[in-house]
Design a protein around this ligand. Structure first.
Ligand code: PXP
Length: 244
């Protein structure tokens, strides 16, 4: 199972003071050196963390599987296509985005998204980008993602990860069911949001899940685990323990 590290919050820290420290490009390299399999960046409409220049520098300077997380807007589709043309962008994940939210708050409503989302998915996929849709583990949403041409779904793990430990097994079972439903439709299965050392294991136990995307927890854990390298290594170990 691939670990794609989302380094948005390295940029959050940098932006708190302006200037260039800490440098997201250096952070991306540190994660990869420590065993991450890819880097995820979410260029938000308000540019509150990662900025355009970060995305293009990392795409140009850091050889890895880059996953571009984006709202389904014309602006973001155009940027993804430029990243594909100039830097062979591997993958994108379309997420819902609201200006006031602290972080992505749930999956896309693919069923009600209308034809605009399908057009975006098909345009990005035609350019050679692997397109994932961020969805709840809901069979109807997953089936609609497949119908409109997505190659992957990223299952929203936030509700599971944020739940009280006693409530997590039932929520993990729902995610596992979603993973099986997606795989049965030929979709690649990714998962992410809110995961940490204690919650990644149940996700790694789902054989259909090919990739997890983890950000905020790892950037925080870097303070206590010997830097990003230590945090990424410990996450890899937690995954390996479950997945072998
Ligand atoms: N996946 C998606 C679609 C997200 O929006 C986010 C947050 O940007 C993540 C994964 C990573 O979540 P976290 O930072 O909580 O690990």
């Amino acid at each position: 199972m691939r670990l794609s590290v989302n380094i948005d919050h390295v940029a959050t820290l940098r932006n708190a003071r302006g200037g260039g420290h800490p440098c997201p490009v250096r952070a991306a390299r540190a994660c990869l050196d420590a065993g991450a399999d890819g880097i995820t960046l979410h260029l938000r409409e308000d540019r509150r963390h990662i900025r355009d220049a970060d995305v293009f520098r990392i795409a140009a300077e850091v050889p890895t599987r880059l996953n571009f997380e984006m709202a389904g807007t014309a602006e973001m589709v155009a940027i993804a296509l430029r990243l594909r043309a100039g830097h062979a962008l591997a993958a994108c994940c379309i997420v819902p985005e609201k200006r006031q939210e602290l972080t992505t708050e749930g999956g896309l409503d693919v069923l009600r998204a209308g034809p605009a989302l399908e057009a975006q998915v098909r345009e990005l996929a035609a350019a050679g980008i692997e397109v994932a849709l961020f969805v709840e583990p809901d069979a109807a949403q997953i089936a609609e993602a497949a119908r409109i041409g997505a190659q992957a779904v990223e299952l929203h793990t936030g509700t599971y990860a944020d739940a009280a430990p006693a409530d997590r097994p039932a929520l993990a079972a729902r995610l596992a069911e979603g993973a099986r439903a997606a795989a049965a439709l030929g979709l690649k299965v990714h998962a992410g949001h809110g995961l940490g050392f204690d919650t990644v294991g149940a996700i790694a136990a789902m054989p259909e899940v090919e990739e997890v995307s983890i950000g905020h927890f790892l950037v925080g854990a870097a303070l206590f685990e010997g830097g990003l390298a230590g945090a990424v290594r410990r996450m890899r170990d937690a995954i390996r323990e479950m997945r072998g």
